[in-house]
Design a protein around this ligand. Structure first.
Ligand SMILES: Cc1cc2nc3c(=O)[nH]c(=O)nc-3n(C[C@H](O)[C@H](O)[C@H](O)COP(=O)(O)OP(=O)(O)OC[C@H]3O[C@@H](n4cnc5c(N)ncnc54)[C@H](O)[C@@H]3O)c2cc1C
Length: 344
């Protein structure tokens, strides 16, 4: 009889694992508390398929992203698209790294780039800029893809509790393993977690204006302007103004935010953007905002990599970025096959 596995949470991690493990003949059920897949952070985020350029301070994150990027394109060739002009900018005075150090870190991780400092004439106060390859994750397509592929095992509108897991069964069905893919909402982790309510602002390129770059300012308390799946639409996020509140219990999260906070975030983000891109308001008009939740490890590092913890028959997945789904599936598979080998 094949190993019976309950996966909890149908975001990128739960869907990817359910898809892979089903193909490997594990007997999978994927439980999701809401009424569709990708209703958590996987449905509302900036959708950058990272290669590692955003993480000069975390070697582990850079390496997981660099490797995950290639595997994502191979495994899900239709679920991302190239960004034509993806630029990372080191501003003068506001970055914790100088441009030369940034380039050395990226080059030593094997990441390729072109120095475009001389050709970025519309930005002010910058020390350097490089163009590199990264992609946009196509969330609407991914949502449809997994909804179709996982019909055989997806159970929607089912909130799994810790009691279910402790009893070893969900709605009377027993399982050999439980894989928690709720991004820290269900089980405790050895690492101390906290949760952020996040806001990302939406902008449209003004009619008649022409803009087709992604701009990411690094490193430190800075911001990113990134394209979306919808032509001419961009999201703006900021390291210190995107988190609008912080809590230690994920149940405190809701999508509410006061107009006062939205106005404050918007004015701070636009002010910082205009410090380097003075014509931003001439190119972009504000369209609204989206709220989501981010899970982070409480430490001083900039580590956004993926971690897997095991507690008996419970495998807990602490996602990093979307590209790190492959690190997760490799670790989960090694736990499952280790156990099978031990039982022979
Ligand atoms: C503002 C923002 C910007 C980001 N930008 C990027 C980016 O550009 N690139 C990138 O790679 N990453 C980005 N991320 C991170 C990315 O969104 C996450 O790494 C990823 O979506 C996590 O996927 P997940 O499957 O672990 O969690 P989720 O997508 O949150 O899925 C968890 C699922 O579990 C379900 N669930 C929870 N509790 C239960 C329960 N008890 N029973 C059943 N179901 C349950 C939830 O409903 C949810 O559907 C960003 C995140 C935020 C917030």
């Amino acid at each position: 009889m094949s190993t019976r596995i309950a996966i909890i949470g149908a975001g990128w991690y739960g869907c990817h694992l359910a898809n892979l493990l089903s193909k490997l003949s594990f007997d999978i059920k994927l439980f999701e508390k809401s009424d569709s897949v990708f209703n958590g952070s996987s449905g509302t985020n900036q959708n950058r398929l990272h290669q590692g350029y955003h993480y000069p301070r975390s070697h582990r994150t850079r390496i997981q992203s660099r490797d995950g990027y290639i595997r994502f394109i191979e495994r899900y060739p239709t679920l991302s698209k190239k960004i034509e002009n993806n630029v990372y900018v080191i501003p003068r005075y506001y970055s914790s790294l100088d441009f030369q150090t940034y380039k050395i870190i990226m080059a030593s991780a094997g990441l390729e780039f072109t120095d475009v400092t001389q050709s970025i004439d519309y930005l002010n106060g910058i020390e350097g800029a490089l163009r590199c390859e990264e992609r946009l994750i196509l969330t609407d397509k991914a949502k449809q893809y997994f909804t179709d592929k996982l019909q055989h095992c997806l159970v929607l509108n089912k909130e799994v509790s810790l009691t279910d897991i402790r009893c070893g069964e969900i709605d009377g069905e027993t399982f050999d393993y439980f894989i928690d893919c709720t991004w820290g909402r269900l089980s405790d982790f050895k690492r101390e977690l906290f949760f952020e309510k996040t806001i990302q602002l939406n902008y449209r390129v003004r009619p008649g204006a022409s803009f087709s770059s992604a701009l990411t300012f690094v490193d430190g308390d800075l911001f990113s302007l990134f394209p979306t799946e919808n032509d001419g639409m961009y999201t703006l996020t900021h390291v210190s103004h995107t988190p609008v509140s912080v809590f230690s219990n994920p149940d405190e999260f809701d999508h509410e935010v006061s107009e006062e906070i939205v106005t404050q975030c918007r004015s701070s983000m636009e002010r910082d953007m205009q410090r380097h891109f003075a014509q931003f308001p001439e190119y972009f008009e504000y369209q609204g905002y989206d709220i989501s939740m981010k899970t982070k490890v409480r430490d001083d590092s900039d580590d956004r990599s993926c971690y897997i913890e095991r507690d008996g028959n419970v495998i807990k997945v602490l996602s990093g970025k979307i590209d790190t789904i492959f690190y997760a599936s490799e670790k989960v598979l090694s736990i499952l096959t280790e156990q099978e080998t031990a039982e022979l």
